[in-house]
Write a protein that binds this ligand. Sequence first.
Ligand code: NDP
Length: 292
Amino acid sequence: MELLDGKKLSQEILAEIKEKLENASGPKPCVTFIRIGEDPASVYYVNSKQKKAAMVGIESRLKTFPETISQEELQSEIEALNADEAVHGILVQAPLPKHMDEKTVFNTVAAEKDVDGFSSVNLGRLVQEDPEAFVACTPAGIAEMVRRYNIDTVGKHIVVLGRSLIVGKPAALLFMRKAPFANATVTVCHSRTSNLAEITRQADILIAAIGSAEFVTEDMVKPGAIVIDVGINRVDDPDSKKGYRIVGDVDFKAVSPKCEAISPVPGGVGLMTVALLMHNTVKAWELSQNRK
Ligand code: NDP
């Protein structure tokens, strides 16, 4: 069994970006994060993205707003960033307060600055297989993991567990493209899928993104399959200092001996996600230079 090492890959990607930016002249890429409220997970995620940006030579800015900000006010802040030529990428950290319509907010971000790839324009571009599409960072990270491990996907049956807009759907779209490291036959499963285990057992490559701790058990996986675990779930663990530990959507201990390769949690797709955000920011910056 081979471990799909997201830590090693993400370090490679970040080092490549750092080198590229060290050798670039003129203004460097700049990403602006928008954070609303003080949700500890959002604070943590934005901080760690800013640290990674600084590490590779990307400028990052942070705009914070109270939970009471209205949707209209937030949209006008985003529009001001859309118009700011010094800003190449904009990321609105989810989740948003309940009074906001996430889709409208994500669609307010200019498509060419939408480094999270959540807008309808970028999702449409992904469907059209447009190379200028910004692909959501987690599925893009999965695809990059597949590419860098040289995993053969052509004609393979890829089963994606989960159909969210930020993971499952774009992952499915990526692997059904007529492109290298794609051209797969993709099945998407969700909470209403009947005979789920029967379908997952057919997968040459199984991508689990449902948000349910250790949901994928040994009997759901074909011997020799490749398993990519996207899940990030907290489970109580009185033996750990924090009182909890992070596990994926796959029962790693039971499933891994059966697999040809598997991504661990932590140390797998999560780290790829941040690396791909940096990649998308550099892409936004490069595309903006080409437009000048
Ligand atoms: P969502 O809750 O948005 O979507 C979950 C999907 O899984 C839905 O399509 C849902 O079906 C499906 N599902 C839920 N339960 C079952 C079940 N029992 N059987 C089959 N399908 C089921 O989650 P996300 O896509 O945002 O995230 C998925 C996981 O990935 C989470 O653990 C999350 O923390 C993690 N994640 C990790 C990231 C990373 O960087 N590694 C980034 C983003 C997410 P239905 O549509 O019918 O409700």
